[in-house]
Design a protein around this ligand. Structure first.
Ligand SMILES: C[S@@+](CC[C@H](N)C(=O)[O-])C[C@H]1O[C@@H](n2cnc3c(N)ncnc32)[C@H](O)[C@@H]1O
Length: 468
């Protein structure tokens, strides 16, 4: 399986120029001045590269020593310079091992900043251990230390992008809590005249800029599960463009605090997007946040409905909730009517749209969901997708992983669903056009204009034909 994958990658790599590889110590070498740097550094003691390499090295050395004299000159692979946090190299001291790693990585980052090409960002792939994340999604110690190192080295982080870079099938991932994904950081040297900012100024800038950045990420169809990670990019871009963000007591703001504030503002921005939804949907989101798909008291539902400018009766009529015996409950996807048609729904809500889309995706796959999206129309569909982001973030915070998966899956499948829906739509138009054209042919005096083509796809959308 792995050999096939490697062969596949080689086949699809547009490698037409000659490549060279050299071995240098990233913390001290000065041999890559003005180069474009894209790097995948080690992560603490995750993998003992040099020790592992020895297993193969001894055999390679026997067979290739005459070909690569310099590279294979040592009995074993170099260990002292290796940037890992291996306690056994520090007399069993974990703290010293971590310090060695962090200091060395800091030095390497400093070199990248000094020696990278000024016109191109340096990109750093950083391994990210999911299990280390806290509620805020990102406040892991390793991650913070790394971001601090990058900023202290004089970089401004301009983007962060999560990537599935690790294969779940690789041997280290089996039965262990191995790294699940990486984050790519794009970094440019910070302007020399970067100014200071107060905590308040930083928060104001976050509020002003994150909403637009978030929109952009959503329109790029970022998976909801990756949104919080990706939003760190624009947030950190703001934090790291200042020489320092100063707290009210004069101390510099830590990366941990900055990350917490970024996550808070992200939550606020997502909540603000709710303003775009209809009243029934806004009620459903608030109810969902409190009760999930469980029953809740009628009184609470009624009070909430006043705040959201709707009524429980209206919500029942809209097909959003069931209300019985003093209890109210959101309708589960399995309880939704099979023959639902948005065109005949007198009280259409984004809430229903998203639930029906998920159900269609689940039962009939992308084609079924596309069929529904076509009936909903693209504007309505886009709002349903925004709602999926919002619901995902609620589920994630509450630890409702099954429900979260449903919203994440919808967004991930979205590009294919909307592509299918558009092609179904143009198929419909063509079909319509054809019927009208045929209608025109048989209805007597009308006839096709000279040169008009009857082949599928070439008939004008509205099916109009010129009359001679
Ligand atoms: C995360 S791995 C890179 C893996 C690579 N992207 C791949 O897919 O095979 C980190 C690499 O950094 C190397 N490394 C560790 N210390 C180093 C140092 N001081 N200078 C240069 N490279 C080092 C390790 O040997 C390892 O190959």
């Amino acid at each position: 399986m792995y050999i096939d994958r490697i062969a596949d990658s080689i086949e699809h790599t547009p490698a037409t120029i000659y490549g060279v590889s050299n071995q240098y110590d990233a913390t001290s070498s000065a041999l890559y001045t003005n180069q474009i740097i894209s790097t995948d550094p080690p992560y603490y003691d995750n993998i003992g590269y040099a020790d592992l390499s020895d297993f193969f090295y001894v055999w390679l050395r026997r067979s290739l020593r005459e070909v690569y004299r310099d590279l294979l000159s040592t009995m074993l692979t170099p260990k002292a310079e290796e940037l890992i946090a291996s306690p056994y190299r520090h007399g069993g001291d974990k703290k010293k091992a971590a310090e060695f790693f962090e200091t060395g990585l800091g030095q390497a980052i400093q070199r990248w900043r000094e020696q990278g090409h000024p016109d191109y960002p340096t990109t750093i792939f950083y391994a990210f251990k999911q299990a280390e994340t806290t509620k805020s999604g990102t406040a892991s110690t390793g991650w913070e230390t790394f971001l601090t190192g990058v900023i202290d080295a004089g970089f401004t982080i301009t983007a962060t992008w999560p990537m599935r870079t690790e294969s779940p099938g690789r041997s280290i991932a089996q039965g262990t809590n191995a790294l699940a994904s990486s984050v790519v950081l794009a970094c440019v040297p910070r302007a020399e005249d970067a100014s200071l900012a107060t905590r308040r100024e930083f928060i104001t800038a976050l509020k002003q800029e994150l909403a637009e950045a978030l929109r952009l990420l959503q329109s790029g169809n970022i998976a909801p599960v990756d949104l919080a990670q990706a939003a760190i990019g624009p947030g950190m871009a703001i934090f790291s463009r200042y020489a320092k963000v100063v707290e009210s007591d004069g101390s510099p703001m830590t990366v941990r605090t900055a990350l917490t504030l970024i996550n808070q503002v992200l939550d606020e921005v997502l909540a603000e997007q709710e303003g775009e939804f209809d009243s029934d949907t806004r009620w459903a989101v608030a109810w969902f946040e409190q009760f999930g798909m469980e029953e809740g008291p009628f009184g609470v539902a009624e009070t909430l409905s006043k705040a959201k400018n709707t009524s429980v009766q209206g919500l029942v009529e809209a097909g959003v909730v069931a209300s019985q015996g003093g209890k109210v409950k959101l309708l589960g996807r399995e309880e939704l009517p099979d023959d639902w048609d948005p065109a005949t729904d007198a009280r259409l809500t984004e809430w229903e749209a998203v639930q029906h889309l998920i159900r269609a995706l689940d039962r009939q796959g992308e084609t079924g969901a596309a069929d529904l999206l076509r009936k909903l129309g693209s504007d309505y569909g886009e709002r349903a997708r925004d709602l999926a982001y919002r619901l995902f973030s609620i589920c994630e915070r509450k630890g409702w992983s099954g429900e979260a998966l449903a919203y994440n899956s919808l967004v991930i499948a979205w590009p294919e669903i909307s592509k299918l829906s558009r092609s179904q739509e143009s198929g419909d138009r063509r079909q319509n056009g054809k019927e009208q054209v045929e209608g025109a042919k048989f209805s007597g005096p009308g006839r096709l204009a000279e040169g008009a083509c009857l082949c599928a796809g070439r008939i004008p959308f509205d099916g109009r034909v010129s009359k001679a």
